[in-house]
Design a protein around this ligand. Structure first.
Ligand code: TXA
Ligand code: MG
Length: 330
């Protein structure tokens, strides 16, 4: 463990090469560096260094059976990183990388089994963020990075969130302000002519242009998808807008949308997540809102599902997991 975590401001529009080189040196030396991506902040280490990988699991308090995503650049040679680059892999990468699409494919010999929790597959993506891209480029090798939060907590979309969970547990945080997309990447397992959706995320699956089959919750190939995940500390439930029920009498915070704003019963405060007709905005502020409301320690949080397709799937998935699957009135 590190005792002090250094935080350095970085400007994505005017990157300080010295800071990036210093961060890359830390990673090559076995250090842990939290960095921004377009989705959420990641806690990075050198993917080929299994000692550093073990430290990532330890500082996040993450169970050993939950594998990490490795981060690469578009131009990196993936020989030995993935076992094979199928036609589907190459076409999805050409179309969606850099971007919030994580592909689960056969693991290559350069990636130690600690990264993938012993699985024969590896999850890989090329993030679209100038700082992440510059850092991975400077390292010149794949960077393993789970979201930079304690296991089970809400993912970090600012450097402050990272430090709330990991101060003293990593060497450096590269602070580039708020991430733009705000929820994690979409994770799909590639088959020969279709994909299996393991996690809905920032890239709506209808934009993939390939047949998508829903992974089952019991799918042992989807080890990180426990129902309780992304959770605030406050008790939380979701409400399906098609099945409105009375709010519990003890009061709390109600997360709704501009379109569903209405007078609240005694003890309840309405808090808008944004407009349901602008779901990217809702996704971008979701985790910040959950963390800030959590800090106020209300009696409970009730969040209304978007009940929308596309990005709404991912938002509703995160809200439901944050509520540990608890649906009001169900
Ligand atoms: O947007 C993101 O994906 C962020 C940023 C930092 O890139 N990363 C992220 O990582 O969300 P993490 O570790 O919090 O979530 C990774 C997910 C987990 O649900 C894990 O189980 C799944 O990907 N995963 C990783 N490797 C896998 C594999 N070989 N097979 C199936 N699922 C895998
Ligand atoms: Mg995570």
């Amino acid at each position: 463990m590190s005792f002090v975590t250094i935080r350095v401001r970085v400007d994505p529009d005017n990157i300080d090469g010295g800071v990036i080189d210093g961060a890359a040196d830390l990673l090559r030396g076995g250090g842990l560096v939290a960095f921004p991506t377009e989705t959420v902040y990641g806690l990075g280490c050198l993917a080929e260094d299994s000692v550093a990988v073990d430290r990532v699991f330890a500082v996040k308090e993450r169970p050993q059976h939950d594998p990490l995503i490795i981060h690469v650049t578009r131009s990196m040679d993936l020989t030995g990183v993935v076992a094979e680059q199928s036609a589907l892999f190459r076409s999805l990468a050409a179309r969606h990388w850099p971007g919030p699409l994580t592909m689960v494919v056969p693991r290559g010999p350069r990636i130690p089994p600690t990264v993938t929790a012993g699985l024969a597959t590896v999850a890989i993506r090329a993030p679209a963020h100038p700082i992440a891209e510059a850092l991975i480029e400077a390292v010149g090798a794949p960077v393993a990075a789970p979201s930079a939060n304690l296991f089970g907590r809400v993912s970090p979309t600012t450097a402050d969130h990272v430090l709330e969970d990991l101060a003293g547990r990593c060497d450096l945080v590269l602070d580039a302000g708020d991430t733009t997309l705000g929820i994690e990447s979409t994770v799909v397992r590639l088959e020969s002519d279709h994909v299996v959706v393991l996690r809905h995320g920032a890239l709506p699956v209808d934009e993939l242009d390939v047949e998508c089959i829903e992974g089952s919750a019991r799918d042992s190939e989807s080890p990180g998808q426990a129902v309780r995940h992304y959770s605030p500390l406050t008790p939380m439930a979701v409400m399906d807008p098609r099945n409105r029920v009375p709010l519990p009498p003890d009061g709390g915070v109600y997360l709704g949308y501009d379109e569903t704003a209405r007078p609240m019963p005694e003890g309840w405060e309405f808090f808008p997540l944004g407009s349901r007709s602008s779901l990217p905005g809702v996704a971008a502020r979701l985790y910040r809102v959950l963390r800030s409301i959590d800090g106020r320690q209300p009696t409970m949080i009730v969040a209304e599902l978007t009940s929308r397709a596309g990005l709404g799937r991912a938002i509703d998935d995160r809200l439901t997991r944050a509520a540990s699957g608890h649906v009001l009135g169900a």
